[in-house]
Design a protein around this ligand. Structure first.
Ligand code: BES
Ligand code: MN
Ligand code: ZN
Length: 488
């Protein structure tokens, strides 16, 4: 689908508030829509008059003015796109209105995103490729063709390319998406955009002392890779926001093996790292101004004669020893070394880690919400604002010293798995230990990163969450984060 500006096509798409007069329809059609079809402009409702002899019009309801937000615009545009697609419309012009309190550029972005969200398909493994009907969507800017619409279009295209790159990385099965491939794609996609990408092999990882990361990787035939991506438009000497992504290209559970049902979607256990690649892609593509570094410890959690076992006591780059209570709590082991690297080896102003870390997070918050743990409420608030603007739900877990105490082990400094209760929080607090008191936020995306059914305007499979939040946070944040460490 191509998006253009100000082109006049025969088919028109309009959006209306609930009970707004349908001035775009003729008197007869207006009566018919209102009285016979009972179309009132409620949220998610559609009136379509398409095909030969029709008025060539689609009207999508936005619901009540009081309930408007950018996700309403995205969803309405997405419903319009789906309606055009099922009716095999090739091209259409979209007319959008101004609403009090909503910035024109941001509204345009949201509508454009809603259309583009319908464009993603993962058909690499299908013998019959999907052909989309809708070819061109023309957005008629609110106040004539102005620069702000062009900027909105360009920025949204960059963001959605990043989101779709993340989706592709996550959807690709682990047989074709293992550490070496992930690293190669990071190099191929980012190098041309002014991002410096370094890939460390097993020897270099050993040299750095990443014993926790290496223990997890031990059971796999695939070599682990440590990937560092630097986009530093402010200069190398200035601090960067560092994004650390969990990069388990497959999580079988190891010797604490997962049942078949739970293992099925574990190709998606690198969704955190894929979101880091996608976000940095979008940030660099759109030439945003802040320094950002991405870090990924990529490996597979498998079984073999050499694999790590329940009851092993392993080391880590920081020197902390860890009792491996459960080989399936592997993400926090790889992240321990990656976060410690972020805190000590690069110039990080703050650290955000993104991980499909715990089933407990999905139990606690459901499938649609990212769970957060933090040591810095100011930093969290900024991430939360970015998530609201992006329409990606986020919620903060509480964390107290009683929970930190649960991580203490008898014969090692820490253990990698505690009792059943509060599993998403204890996992987060395990990571906190390796952030070296840098402002840090942990995002557990185990629920929303991957969906069997898709929801709203998101496709089945990889959703691309939280690329938009990360992009928004890095692109906008110029406020220095208070380095004061809040324990609770
Ligand atoms: N990758 C899983 C978490 C996960 C579960 C992601 C479901 C997406 C959907 C993680 O490595 C894991 O296995 N966590 C364990 C931790 C437990 C052993 C302490 C879990 O959540 O059961
Ligand atoms: Mn696991
Ligand atoms: Zn995992």
């Amino acid at each position: 689908m191509k998006i253009v500006l100000s082109k006049d096509f025969e088919v028109k798409v309009h959006f209306v508030l609930e009970d707004e007069k349908l001035t775009m329809l003729s008197d007869a059609k207006r009566d018919y829509a209102k009285n016979t079809l009972e179309f009132k402009g409620e949220k998610k409702s559609v009136y379509a008059d398409l095909g030969p002899g029709s008025d060539n019009i689609v009207v999508v309801g936005l619901g009540k003015y009081e309930d408007l937000n950018h996700d309403v615009f995205r969803l309405a545009a997405n419903i319009a796109a789906k309606t055009l697609e099922t009716n095999k419309v090739k091209e259409a012009s979209v007319i959008i209105n101004k609403y009090d309190g909503y910035c024109t550029r941001k509204m345009t972005k949201s509508y454009i995103e809603g259309f583009l969200q319908n464009d993603y398909i993962f058909d690499e493994y299908l013998s019959k490729k999907t052909v989309k009907n809708v070819e061109t969507i023309s957005i008629i800017p609110i106040e004539g063709k102005d620069e702000s619409a062009e900027l909105a279009l360009e920025e949204t295209l960059g963001i959605m390319e990043g989101v779709n790159l993340t989706r592709k990385l996550v959807n690709t099965p682990s047989m074709d998406m293992y550490p070496e491939v992930l690293a190669k794609i990071a190099v191929d996609e980012l190098s041309g955009l002014g991002v410096e990408v370094e890939v460390f092999d097993k020897d270099k990882i050993k040299e750095l002392g990443m014993e926790a990361f290496l223990a997890v990787a031990e059971g796999s035939e695939k070599e682990p890779k440590f990937i560092v991506m630097k986009y530093l438009p402010k200069g190398e000497d200035k601090p960067a926001i560092t994004l650390v992504g969990k990069g388990l290209t497959y999580d079988s559970g190891g010797y604490a093996i997962k049942p078949a049902d739970g293992m099925y979607t574990m190709k998606a256990d690198m969704a955190g790292s894929a979101s880091v690649v996608g976000a940095i892609y979008a940030l660099a593509k759109n030439k945003t101004e802040n320094n950002v570094i991405g870090i990924i410890a990529a490996c597979e959690n498998m079984i073999s004669g050499g694999a790590y076992k329940n009851g092993d006591i392993i080391g880590s780059m920081k020197g902390t020893t860890i009792d491996v209570v459960n080989t399936d709590a592997e993400g926090r082991l790889t992240l321990a070394d990656a976060i410690y690297y972020a805190a000590t080896k690069v110039n990080s102003s703050c650290i955000i880690d993104i991980a499909t870390l715990t089933g407990a997070c999905v139990v606690g918050l459901g499938e649609y919400t990212v769970g957060a743990v933090t040591n810095n409420k100011d930093l969290y608030k900024e991430v939360k604002k970015a998530s609201k603007r992006s329409g990606e739900h986020l919620w903060l877990f509480p964390s107290f010293d009683e929970m930190r105490d649960l991580l203490k082990a008898d014969f090692a400094d820490l253990k990698n798995s505690t009792g059943r209760w509060g599993g998403a929080i204890t996992a987060g607090l395990f990571l906190e230990h390796f952030a070296e008191e840098k402002p840090w936020v942990h995002l557990d995306i185990a629920g929303p990163a991957y969906s069997d059914k898709g929801w709203g305007y998101l496709p089945k499979g990889a959703t691309g969450i939280p690329v938009k939040t990360l992009y928004d946070f890095v692109a906008r944040k110029d406020m220095p984060i208070d380095e004061k460490y809040h324990k609770n």
